[in-house]
Design a protein around this ligand. Structure first.
Ligand code: SF4
Ligand code: F3S
Length: 106
């Protein structure tokens, strides 16, 4: 399965959702997650993200392993998103900032 990493938080560019053939992205207030039970590992979303926030599970960087469980935990709680929308207002400023997990809105 593919995993959305911390750098999506406060950016939410949403380019990723349009290419997913099985509609497995779920949207929260300032972050998106992938439903691990639905993802078919097609890899189409990975190059779409301007924040480089999507990776296959086995390439999750050291220190971000908790993001695997977080995607699984939040996807049943949030609605599916299939249409691109405007990024969050300060997305470009937040892109690449470290330690964004503290800003996650659930
Ligand atoms: Fe969807 Fe494919 Fe990305 Fe999985 S890898 S979330 S199926 S686009
Ligand atoms: Fe997030 Fe990247 Fe998609 S910032 S919303 S994972 S395009």
């Amino acid at each position: 399965t593919f995993v959305v990493l911390e750098n999506c938080i406060r950016c939410k560019f949403t380019d990723c959702v349009e290419v997913c053939p099985v509609d497995c992205f779920h949207e929260g207030p300032n972050f998106l997650v992938i439903d691990p039970d639905e993802c078919i590992d097609c890899s189409l979303c990975e190059p779409e993200c301007p924040a480089n926030a999507i990776v296959p599970e086995d390439e999750v960087p050291e220190g971000q392993e908790h993001m695997i469980d977080l995607n699984a935990e939040l996807s049943p709680q949030w609605p599916v998103i299939t249409r691109k929308k405007d990024p969050l207002p300060d997305a470009d400023d937040w892109n690449g900032k470290p330690d964004k997990l503290q800003y996650l809105d659930k």
